[in-house]
Write a protein that binds this ligand. Structure first.
Ligand SMILES: Nc1nc2c(ncn2[C@@H]2O[C@H](COP(=O)(O)OP(=O)(O)OP(=O)(O)O)[C@@H](O)[C@H]2O)c(=O)[nH]1
Length: 205
């Protein structure tokens, strides 16, 4: 079946690494993307696909939240993308938030998160076209109503659809230009003298 999942994202950034002498060495941005949606829509597979580059051999239902990460380069800058793969099953997400279906997911997020967070809507499992659950025109209408871009993809086999890689990269670009949400995070072990204007980047990849 083709089902819809909802992704909402926010960013925080500005980590500055320092040497014991307190000189800033490197600065990198961390973008945190929360993936939410009903159970079984493919949140784990989508996040795995983006971070590991392939469809998982096997996976189990998510309990509370799993974290996946990947470093990418945007405009010559190393960006750390942290994906929060949340549990879709009611019994596993009780301690986090209470959601039921797409409109409820959105409503709940609006209460919990800042209003101007970039959102995108993703319909997954497009490789199962014959078992489509949500026609594109309806998904598009829903996305328009909630002012978010719609992507249709398959974590398993993107072929003619939006590619998982491109979707997350588009979101990362969107977050990069979304300066107001960026918060400065002091380093754990030092004093920030001042942010380096054009720091040398240290990439995890
Ligand atoms: N055919 C097909 N199957 C998919 C796709 N994405 C996920 N699946 C399958 O759908 C099932 C559920 O995928 P998950 O990624 O675990 O779903 P989830 O949304 O993370 O589920 P919860 O952890 O319960 O919230 C698994 O059997 C996957 O193999 C896809 O794009 N195409």
């Amino acid at each position: 079946e083709m089902e819809s999942s909802l992704e909402v994202s926010f960013s925080s950034s500005g980590a500055v690494s320092t040497t014991p002498g307190f000189l800033p060495l490197a600065r990198s941005h961390i973008f945190k993307i929360i993936v939410i949606g009903d159970s079984n829509v493919g949140k784990t597979c989508l996040t795995y696909r983006f971070c590991a580059g392939r469809f998982p051999d096997r996976n189990e239902t998510t309990i509370r939240v799993d974290f996946r990460k990947r470093a990418v380069e945007i405009d010559g800058e190393c960006i750390k993308i942290q994906l929060w793969d949340t549990a879709g099953q009611e019994r596993f997400r009780k301690s986090m938030v209470h959601f039921h279906n797409l409109p409820s997911w959105i409503e709940e997020c609006k209460h919990l998160l800042a209003s101007d967070i970039p959102w995108i809507l993703v319909g997954n499992k497009c490789d199962l076209r014959s078992a489509i659950q949500v026609p594109t025109h309806l998904a598009q209408k829903f996305a328009d109503t909630h002012s978010m871009p719609l992507f249709e993809t398959s974590a398993k086999n993107s072929n003619d659809n939006d590619h998982v890689e491109a979707i997350f990269m588009k979101l990362a670009h969107k977050l990069k230009s979304h300066k107001p949400l960026m918060l400065s995070q002091p380093p754990d072990n030092g004093i920030i003298l001042k942010p380096a204007p054009k720091p040398a980047m240290t990439c995890w990849c």
